[in-house]
Design a protein around this ligand. Structure first.
Ligand code: ASP
Length: 307
């Protein structure tokens, strides 16, 4: 049993599949008139968000509430963090309040790992800088399994701003653990230097999106993360979009059964066109719905449930 979920590397194949199976059972409760389960009654879950978020914050909150936990949502804006309070002092406050689990999003890679050393409850990494976002990878794997029936043996292209993407890093780890093949595609400037030497078995790099698309089961488009760019990584948005954006013409290169994913928020017209984002192949909205079930499963497991 695992206590924290800090990285997708914390998950071996059996644990990951166990989470996806529990998430499936959790999803079945979403169709009921009364969606609440009593599982975490009397437990306290804190959402600690130092970075903006729409989907992940709401999703963790919905997941904890559906399991009947008491939920405290803390965003750095409007708290004593803006008065300079350190993460450690905030952690001590959470500890004093008896938090059983803390979902933390932070701009610094490694912040969740530090937090796990300071509090006695479970820590869930809800995104740390450019490092990891393990529950996103779990919900993406869940979405692939529910649309295509399995994850093992799938060929998945992860396309675009890999350099700044915690979604790409967590997916690379989890998908290869689950036996999928991953191709990272993007301009050389947006792929980490020397990455090819550090890739797990089953992963590779390509700079040519048109060549990769016809052999993919899944194409996962990444947001161009302007807010993390300290340099000019491509000549213009138009040029980026021409080489690496997914539009209708490119989508036609995919095999019939292939799906298109995006973690959101989307830059429509840059990495993905509206026609593609709103097409039947797109799983964007499903990914959000699946996020709640997957986070319910993770909370359940970390707070003492059995797979
Ligand atoms: N929402 C995802 C994240 O927080 C992806 C993104 O921001 O582009 O990492």
């Amino acid at each position: 049993m695992i206590k924290h979920l800090l990285s997708a590397d914390d998950l071996d194949r059996d644990t990951a599949i166990g989470i996806l199976d529990i998430a499936e059972r959790m999803a079945a409760t979403a169709g009921r008139e009364i969606k609440k389960l009593p599982t975490l009654r009397g437990r306290t879950v804190v959402n600690l968000f130092y970075e903006d978020s729409t989907r992940t914050r709401i999703s963790f909150e919905a997941a904890a509430k559906r399991l009947s936990a008491d939920v405290i949502t803390f965003s750095a804006k409007g708290s004593s963090v803006s008065k300079g309070e350190s993460l450690k002092d905030t952690a001590l406050t959470l500890q004093a309040m008896g938090a059983d689990a803390v979902a933390i999003r932070h701009p610094a890679a490694g912040a969740p790992h530090r937090l796990a050393g300071w509090i006695s409850g479970s820590v869930l990494n809800a995104g740390d800088g450019t490092h990891e976002h393990p529950t996103q990878a779990l919900l993406d794997a869940y979405t692939m399994r529910s649309r295509l029936g399995h994850v093992e043996g799938l060929r998945v292209a992860i396309v675009g701003d890999v350099l700044h993407s915690r979604v790409a890093r967590s997916n690379l780890s989890l998908l290869t653990t689950l036996g999928a093949e991953v191709i990272l595609v993007g301009p050389p400037t947006l792929l980490p230097v020397g990455f090819e030497k550090a890739l797990p078995p089953g992963a590779s790099i390509s700079y040519d999106l048109d060549a990769v698309l016809p052999k993919c089961d899944v194409v996962m488009m990444l947001r161009v993360q302007r807010e993390r760019m300290i340099d000019s990584y491509f000549p213009s948005e138009r040029e980026y979009s021409r080489r690496y954006g997914l539009d209708r013409r490119r989508m036609a290169l995919l095999p019939e059964h292939a799906i298109v994913m995006h973690p959101g928020p989307m830059n429509r017209g840059i990495e993905i066109s509206s026609q593609v984002a709103d097409s039947a192949r797109s799983t964007v909205v499903e990914q959000v719905a699946n996020g709640v079930s997957v986070r319910m499963a993770v909370l359940y497991l970390l707070l003492g449930g059995n797979a």
